[in-house]
Design a protein around this ligand. Structure first.
Ligand code: NAI
Length: 249
């Protein structure tokens, strides 16, 4: 595989499993030194880092709840003192707490916004100086087709993912003159723990809505992340790119 991310330091949030794990593996396969952030399972994150090392790559794990502003500040301080810089930031950590609006509690609404949207804000806020100082870098935020199209039962999640799109475009405008590219990936339905909970019937109904008639794979999202992280994407910023089998066109 082309080692076009050699010498780059990449932070991937929520990289212990699913799409984040696939992105961590893909960036490492292209030569990046990957920081595998996790909040829940240390074992899972360590496994990802070990998998990277076993294929000859470099990786370390770091624990941080991205919804916690102070924890993010501390994480960034630690990473910058250890590695000196971060070149690639992938805001992947995310949760769902689905409910119809009539039943959705304020707690469910706030929790999803706190992790998905504010978590993305916290890491960007803490790393902005680093990117400005380095006069370059790539920020990749994981949104969702739910944020583009809306989705019944996901008012909180869709609001957080639509918020990520506004955040992405605003930061792209702020940091563009310093050569920092900020883009969002909006995956459709991807086979991960998040979608494994779907019943057979809702899965079949879902596939019917997708022009390509299948769910996506995490590696299909990761391939785009690796491209956006590379210098091949140096003139792409402020974009929302759907990886969704045609759902949101
Ligand atoms: P997942 O649930 O398998 O993985 C999410 C990861 O984020 C987990 O490792 C979890 O521990 C971590 N995380 C959760 N809260 C955190 C916090 N406060 N701080 C740090 N890490 C935290 O989900 P999946 O499917 O891999 O999703 C990854 C991203 O892709 C999410 O942002 C999700 O919203 C988005 N996405 C997923 C789609 C899908 O179909 N699976 C579709 C569209 C978007």
């Amino acid at each position: 595989m082309e080692q076009n991310l050699q010498g780059k330091v990449a932070l991937v949030t929520g990289a212990g499993r699913g799409i984040g794990k696939a992105i961590a593996l893909e960036l490492a396969a292209h030569g990046a030194m990957v920081i595998v952030n996790y909040n829940g399972s240390k074992e899972a994150a360590e496994k990802v880092a070990e998998e990277i090392r076993s294929m000859g790559g470099q990786a370390v794990c770091c624990s941080c709840n991205v919804a916690d502003a102070e924890a993010c500040e501390q994480m960034v301080k630690d990473l910058l003192s250890q590695f000196g810089k971060v070149d690639i930031l992938v805001n992947n950590a995310g949760i769902t707490k689905d409910n119809l609006i009539l039943r959705m509690t304020e707690e469910e609404f706030d929790r999803v916004l706190d992790v998905n949207l504010k978590g993305t804000y916290h890491t960007i806020r803490q790393l902005a100086k680093n990117f400005l100082k380095n006069k370059g870098g790539k920020i990749i935020n994981i949104s969702s087709v739910s944020g583009v199209l809306g989705n019944a039962g996901q008012a909180n999640y869709a609001a957080s993912k639509a918020g990520i799109i506004g955040l992405t475009k605003s930061i792209a405008r702020e940091l563009g003159s310093r050569n920092v590219c900020v883009n969002a990936i909006a995956p459709g339905f991807i086979e991960t723990d998040m979608t494994a909970a779907l019943s057979e019937s809702s899965r079949a109904a879902l596939e019917e809505r997708i022009p390509m008639k299948r769910l996506g794979q995490a590696r299909e999202v990761a391939a785009l992340a690796a491209f956006l992280a590379s210098d091949k994407a140096d003139y792409i910023t402020g974009q929302v790119i759907c990886v969704d089998g045609g759902m949101a066109m």
